[in-house]
Design a protein around this ligand. Structure first.
Ligand code: AMP
Length: 195
């Protein structure tokens, strides 16, 4: 019963770390970006709506994003816990998630902030774009997404801090080391891995 989220600039390693956390804590990793990308690929009505927004590196409107998350969290595998990757990204999304969980008598256990410096993450994303051929990973979109993160999402960090949920972890270095740092920080809050 662990409810986590992971936040940080694009390229900080949220996807990699949340996949590991999912396994370690036996919870599904829910990445709104992945779900949107799948919809774009499948050319669903939602995908057709968001394709150009994503290609530009802008945020999908809150109402669409909140609905997507609300539907996903209703699925049986997420009832007892989850790690959200890339959501919430705006204040409105924070409040929506809060209310959604509160309506079920639940709340988040921790918000993990992966700290990474801008030029480092831009370099990582350029590499990933080459390796994976991700259509939304052009150089201009990469830089724009960093700016959008700083403007729209970085202001959420003090909110999580005030809620007493924030765990700050250095996102640089080996993947295993970052995972160890996260697990250690969670243990300090008495959040234990699955047996
Ligand atoms: P990501 O893979 O998390 O970097 O997300 C890729 C793209 O999906 C973002 O640049 C946005 O266009 C969209 N997206 C993902 N999550 C959200 C969110 N929580 N709010 C708004 N847009 C989102």
């Amino acid at each position: 019963m662990t409810r986590l989220l992971i936040v940080g600039p694009p390229g900080a390693g949220k996807g990699t770390q949340s996949a590991r956390l999912a396994e370690r804590y036996s919870i599904p990793a829910i990445a709104t970006g992945d779900i949107f990308r799948q919809n774009v690929k499948d050319e669903t009505p939602l995908g057709l709506k968001v394709a150009s927004i994503m290609a530009a590196g802008d945020y999908v409107p809150d109402d669409l994003t909140n609905q997507l998350v609300s539907d996903r969290l209703e699925q049986p595998d997420a009832v007892n816990g989850f790690i959200l990757d890339g959501y919430p990204r705006t204040l409105e999304q924070i409040h929506f998630l809060d209310a959604l969980l509160a309506a079920q008598g639940e709340s988040l256990d921790a918000a993990i902030l992966l700290v990474a410096e801008k030029e480092e993450v831009v370099a990582r994303l350029r590499k990933r774009a080459l390796e994976l051929g991700r259509a939304d990973d052009t150089e201009a979109a990469i830089r724009h997404r960093q700016d959008v993160f700083l403007q729209e999402t970085a202001p959420l960090i003090p909110v999580y801090r005030d809620m007493g949920l924030l765990i700050e972890v250095d996102g640089l270095g080996e993947i295993d080391d970052v995972s160890d740092r996260i697990e250690q920080a969670l243990l300090e809050r008495d959040i234990q891995p699955a047996a």
